[in-house]
Write a protein that binds this ligand. Sequence first.
Ligand code: FUB
Ligand code: ZN
Length: 647
Amino acid sequence: MSQSLKFSAKPAAPAGRFVPADHARVDFTGGFWQSWSQTVRDVTIPTQHMRLDEEDFLEVLDFDKPAGPLARPIQPSGLSMQHFFDSDFGKWIEAASYTLKAYPNPEIEAKIDDIVEQLAKGQMADGYLNSWFIRREPEKRWTNLRDLHEMYSMGHLLEGAVAYYEATGKRRFLDVMIRAVDHIIGTFGREPGKLAGYDAHEEIELALVKLYRVTRDPRHLELATYFVDERGVMPSYYDEEARKRGEDPADYVYQTYAYSQAHMPVREQGQVVGHAVRAMYLFSAMADLAYENDDPTLKEACDRLFDNLVGRQLYVTGGLGPSASNEGFTREYDLPNETAYAETCAAVALGFWSHRMAQTDLNSKFTDRLETVLFNGALSGISRDGEHYFYENVLESHGQNRRWKWHYCPCCPTNIARFITSLGQYYYSSREGELAVHLYGANTAELMVGETFVRLKQDTQYPWNGDVRLALNLDKPSRFTLHLRIPGWCRDANVTVNGRTIDLAACTHKGYAAITRDWQDGDEVRLSIAMPVDRLYAHPAASEDAGRVALQRGPVVYCVEETDIGGEPQRLRLPADAEITARFDADLLGGAVVLEGQALEAGSEDWDGSLYRTSPPVLKPKAFKAIPYHLWANREAGAMLVWLQEK
Ligand code: FUB
Ligand code: ZN
């Protein structure tokens, strides 16, 4: 980490709120995230720019030329994926920017400046900025918020602009986007003469909160608040808008505005419905507004929705949104494995939401889910080499799912990239008199606890091992509370401070152990979390998992791949009492803990070509090996299974 980094002069958060660490001041010094961070920085970010370029995503910025043939056809909804190409390079800029503060890279910076200059050149005189409409259909701008992603794209550009400004101090992109936001402020709202609309694909709301945190311009927060408050108000803006276009609102392709969480006001919603990424972006914005506006009604709605998601609709991997047809939710407990959609973007965005919830309410039920997606259902979206991806994160395969180099709709690669390049912010947060450690992994971090400068060092092999040594360096002795997350999966933890054991039962509240003392430079905290192999069972209503068991060790969910057992894992039967051992395999994709044991395998030698018979298959002993789910599909093609049949 560069020594010259200064703390940014960010205005204070609302009183009493936790503030996440500056990601650039958390350096992954070794172990798990060091290698992932380096891969994303050195491979993912440059290759994603190459893909954007070679796949002509950046061509949409050639404002001097007439628009060429469509790169993506118009779908029945009226949307072409090209409508939101801006979002892809916006997200790439954001992901790349997060690396620049601690690891300056003039080449990447020049590529971003290039894009920014083109955007600035194309921006309309009134501030409007969206490459599709400017180049192709300027007369149609703001006529179809229901389908065409105008603000979704602007939101991603805005997030990119904020991140780039924070990384480099360059204002150009930020100023361009502030003008675009000014234009939106002049166009949308409840005042006479304005459109009382909001984009069906949420995203701009949370981007506006990010902008507000940089500008402290109340109009930016008010606009985000307006969009969230207006959502789902009846009669629906989308009906009115469709009629204005001469269409019958009943012809809406997705039939229900639940697809966009716009079927009722957000505060009344209790079940997570519709498109999964949209839902997660909306709830992230709601959590942001609960935080900034101190709004308990939004916090309550978020709590309800979070419990609904986690209690009834979340895959064990942290994946969400089972169905391809709406890229989202169906009925509760519908968690098919082989056809799981579980889009990478949705898991990443659940990470965003969970993290935000924990800043208002320090409760490990939120950070447990952040950890789940980090080590499982979001990380599975990127290959170990950093340049291949999954859009859908299935929990079972017969070998048909392979990672791709680029996608027809490449929203996921830049999402997982920005998650990893900004990972440090998820690890810690602080407020006057308190410092919270949310996640474990080898790193050094610098942050302020009130007026005290604190340098932390985590030494650990986490997630492969549950021993964590936390060393504190302080510029002066200071009294504060250190909150240590005790993961929800943990049944046996031990904490010492300078060798003296802490009574965890007495000091743990909502999953965080609170240690209040006069901290001195050189203090050492040791956390030891037992990591047995856990067998997980699904609620009986989740019928796809009936009779099955998933293996988890620490925060890591496992799967069995054909390549490790020389046969389809679907044929395995895991005896309920089978001993399963954990072993670090240094040769597996950079090193990982694998699980091994003896199972049974249903043989087919004696079936003589018949499909059915009156006696069950003969079961024969079979050694098996399970690898972390996030590492699957990085070797030979083959079948994979998370939920093993139990015998
Ligand atoms: O529609 C924009 C993005 O593309 C969505 O968030 C993803 O689900 C994909 O459809
Ligand atoms: Zn995606």
